[in-house]
Design a protein around this ligand. Sequence first.
Ligand SMILES: Nc1ncnc2c1ncn2[C@@H]1O[C@H](COP(=O)(O)OP(=O)(O)OP(=O)(O)O)[C@@H](O)[C@H]1O
Ligand SMILES: [Mg+2]
Length: 265
Amino acid sequence: MITVTVCSAKGGVGKTSVTLGLASAALHRSLSTLVVDLDPQADATSGLDVTAQRAHDVAAVLRTPKRRVAESAVAPSGWVDDHPGLLDVVSGSAASAGLDAPDPQEADLESLRRALRKLDDHQLALLDCPPSLGGLTRSAWRASDAVLVVSDASRFSVAAVGRTLDEVAALRSGPRVAGVLVNRYSPRSGEQRFRLEELRSLFGDLVLEPLPDRVAVPQSQGAGKPLHALRPVAAQRVAEQFDRLLDVVLDQHVRDGTRPSGHGG
Ligand SMILES: Nc1ncnc2c1ncn2[C@@H]1O[C@H](COP(=O)(O)OP(=O)(O)OP(=O)(O)O)[C@@H](O)[C@H]1O
Ligand SMILES: [Mg+2]
């Protein structure tokens, strides 16, 4: 199982939308996927249309990372009613807010990694994080092979991306940084073009092909459907971009030569 954290120090930049887009791309290529919703707001759980009740949620799993608890927290996504096991979710919970300590203990940092070792029958795990670099996000880093940092193209985000990359780099045998994804990019804005260039000058090849602002993203979420199920051409273009992003997080773009623009070198 390849485990990928989707995180940012800032709120509302698109972590959950990117998690859902990657889950949609993984589903499109029949990659069995587990989404772990670490955010107390539980938006990923809602977006993945989870309706089944389970005995446990992510807060219980983090408190007691045993096989019995972890397995009984896994619920199917409503996206795949006809393919059980292809897309599963460990549901988010408001109770996880109590576990987002600014100074987590070693046992707190280890708990998610321990739990995921019991749930390794999926090919991919996507960890959607709350908008902070507290205990929950750090426990996700600890459990991950790769980290995807989501940002917008604004002045305050440039510093936040730097802080996040510094913290990941300081981890002992930490995860690979898959890249920095600028989301809701609008090239018509001179300010956004300037910030994207600033990010590129600071972080070079780590800055990926930016994801444009497209109504298909909130539309798919509103309909409770994967992006790849939307028919309009504009939606298909965004879905294709998530296909390329999935290659990046899986580190397959190097091998098969489909390295996206903005990530050259
Ligand atoms: N590329 C995009 N184009 C248009 N709208 C988008 C795009 N990405 C995200 N959005 C919208 O922006 C809003 C915030 O996105 P999202 O909830 O994914 O951010 P987040 O980083 O997960 O927020 P939080 O920090 O609260 O968890 C949502 O309404 C979402 O539909
Ligand atoms: Mg979110």
